[in-house]
Structure formats: structure tokens, C-alpha cells
Design a protein around this ligand. Structure first.
Ligand SMILES: C[S@@+](CC[C@H](N)C(=O)[O-])C[C@H]1O[C@@H](n2cnc3c(N)ncnc32)[C@H](O)[C@@H]1O
Length: 289
């Protein structure tokens, strides 16, 4: 299963997590919430293209060190380029499953996980594993999306529901402060705080908004069936991996075309002079071992 997640992220474009894009701002916000101290030894789980690792490296300085792990070789290739471009000399990148870390107990002062914990099939077990590698009194900090985040996706799921398709929300297990607190405490962590931030993402036009809400269904000429079946599409993994839902989508191409049309019409109502808003309300959870 983690092989499929890795394959999905191997396809991620090179632009992901670079420069001023929102992944970078989102990851930098997590590092601020974690209050990483200079000189600390930091682990960034599911580092992706390394935006959190690079932000942490700048804070810990030469006296500290950052290790980034990810299961996707493709993401790590982008990460290596980004780390080199940042000039950080204190970042090590390792290909590994973040739920079974190749590290001894008690090694790290801080474990970060930026916008990735929901991808782990057993969230509590992942947190327990991170706790294992944390020194006593060390900190775990992760970010996740609130229930109100990315309303275009919510709207699209509502449309699918109209066709009898209950499409699961990947973020559902951690989409409120209460769920985060409960999960973190169940993993044996304490002193939990949950911070919030809003990223005002805006899609430039209806086309971009339809794609963001329904990606990549509408762009896929084979339709929803192949979209949901394809293990190389992250969204299909939301359905098939996380929840292990058997995929059976009873939509004809005519229904699919109607769904597309209806969703497009609804998105068109949301256009403002700036574009189509799709705000991301983030939660930042910090806990101690
Ligand atoms: C949405 S990206 C976030 C990447 C990065 N942390 C950021 O803030 O941009 C999710 C990342 O989680 C990684 N991932 C998913 N499951 C993983 C696992 N079990 N172990 C390690 N990495 C994993 C993926 O390969 C991908 O790079």
C-alpha cells in the first residue's frame, strides 16, 4: 500500500513545494508553530519536496541538524534539488516509510510532519512511532486541514453524493481540533495545542476551479471509473487506500457529462473579480512526548 502512495507522489510536478507556493508557506507556518529552537535535532516525516525541512534547517543552524524522510523517490529528487538551492548544509534526506523509521529511540528534539499525516493508514501508530524517536520532553508538530478547508472539493463531493457516490474526505480523521487532540492523546502524547491559519487560495478562472475541485476526474477522458481505479492518481488513493473502499462507480458517460456541466455551472456562480476563492483553513497541532 505505501508503494502505491509512493507511486502517486512520484508523479508530482517539479513546481510543487518550491518558491512562494502555498505548500512552502503552509510548511513554514508549521515550523513557526513548532517553535523549533536553534541547535535542535529535527526529523521531518513525509518531507516531500522539503519545504519544512529547509525552513527548520535555517532555524537550527550549523549547531543543529534536520533529517527528512519520505517514501517517494520522486519527491525526494525534488527535495534534493530544493535543499541544494537553499544552501542548507545540515539537511539529510532518506527514503523510508515514516511509520517504520530506521532510527534508534530518543534521537530527535522535534518531529515535524507537514500536511501529510492523513496519508498514513494508521495515524495513531504513526504518532506512536514518532514519539519513540523523540527524546523525553521533545515535541511533535503536524499540520492538517480543517473541515472548512478547500470548499471546492466539498462542493464536488456533494455533487457526487447526488449521483449516489459517497466519496471519502482524506482529511476527515483530523479535520477538527477535538479530533486532533483525541488522536494525539491516544498516542500517548500530552500538552497539546492546536493553532489555526487561513491561506486565501484563489483559482484564476472557472476551468482551474473545476479542476481543483474535481481533479483529475474531469481531465480524464476515460471518466470517473479509470480515475478511481488508477493507483497512480492520488485522488484514487483517497478512496481506495485510506478507506479500502471497493471501487464501483455506476456512472454512465452521459451522467458524467451532466455532473461536469452541473459542477461547472455552480463554480461559475462563485467567481469574484479576483478569481474563484478556495481558502485552506489549516490546523497546527503541537504536542509533547
Ligand atoms: C502532501 S505531500 C506533503 C509534503 C511536504 N511535507 C509538504 O509540506 O509539502 C505528502 C507527502 O507524504 C509522503 N508520504 C505519504 N505516506 C508516507 C509514508 N508512509 N512515509 C513517508 N512519507 C509518506 C508522500 O510521499 C508525500 O511526499
Amino acid at each position: 500500500m505505501v508503494d502505491d502512495v509512493a507511486a502517486a507522489f512520484d508523479e508530482t510536478p517539479a513546481s510543487y513545494g518550491t518558491g512562494g507556493d502555498f505548500h512552502t508557506r503552509y510548511a513554514q507556518a508549521l515550523v513557526r508553530h513548532a517553535q523549533v529552537p536553534p541547535g535542535a535535532s529535527v526529523l521531518d516525516v513525509a518531507t516531500g519536496t522539503a519545504p519544512a525541512a529547509i525552513a527548520a534547517a535555517q532555524i537550527v543552524g550549523e549547531a543543529g541538524a534536520v533529517t527528512g524522510v519520505d517514501i517517494s523517490a520522486g519527491m525526494l529528487a525534488h527535495a534534493r534539488r530544493n535543499v541544494a538551492a537553499s544552501g542548507a548544509g545540515n539537511v539529510t534526506l532518506i527514503e523510508a516509510n515514516g511509520a517504520r523509521l530506521p532510527f534508534d529511540a530518543g534521537l530527535f528534539d522535534t518531529v515535524l510532519c507537514s500536511s501529510s499525516l492523513v496519508w498514513f493508514p494508521d495515524i495513531r501508530a504513526a504518532l506512536q512511532e514518532w514519539r519513540r524517536v523523540l527524546r523525553p520532553g521533545g515535541r511533535i508538530a503536524f499540520s492538517t486541514m480543517a473541515a472548512s478547508a478547500l470548499p471546492l472539493g466539498t462542493l464536488f463531493r456533494a455533487h457526487l453524493r447526488g449521483y449516489g457516490i459517497e466519496f471519502p474526505d482524506l482529511n476527515e480523521p483530523l479535520n477538527t481540533p477535538e479530533k486532533c487532540r483525541r488522536t494525539v492523546r491516544a498516542a500517548g502524547l500530552g500538552r497539546v495545542t492546536v493553532g489555526t491559519a487561513r491561506f486565501d487560495l484563489v483559482l484564476e478562472n472557472v476551468e482551474a476551479a473545476v479542476n481543483a475541485g474535481s481533479f483529475p476526474l474531469m481531465a480524464d477522458p476515460e471518466g470517473i471509473d479509470s480515475w478511481l481505479r488508477s493507483a497512480r492518481q492520488p485522488v484514487s488513493l483517497w478512496a481506495s487506500l485510506r478507506r479500502r473502499i471497493p471501487i464501483a462507480v455506476p456512472l454512465t458517460s452521459r451522467q458524467l457529462a451532466r455532473l461536469d456541466q452541473e459542477f461547472r455551472a455552480e463554480v461559475a456562480h462563485l467567481v469574484t473579480p479576483q478569481g474563484v476563492p478556495n481558502p485552506l483553513n489549516a490546523l497546527f497541532v503541537v504536542a509533547e512526548s
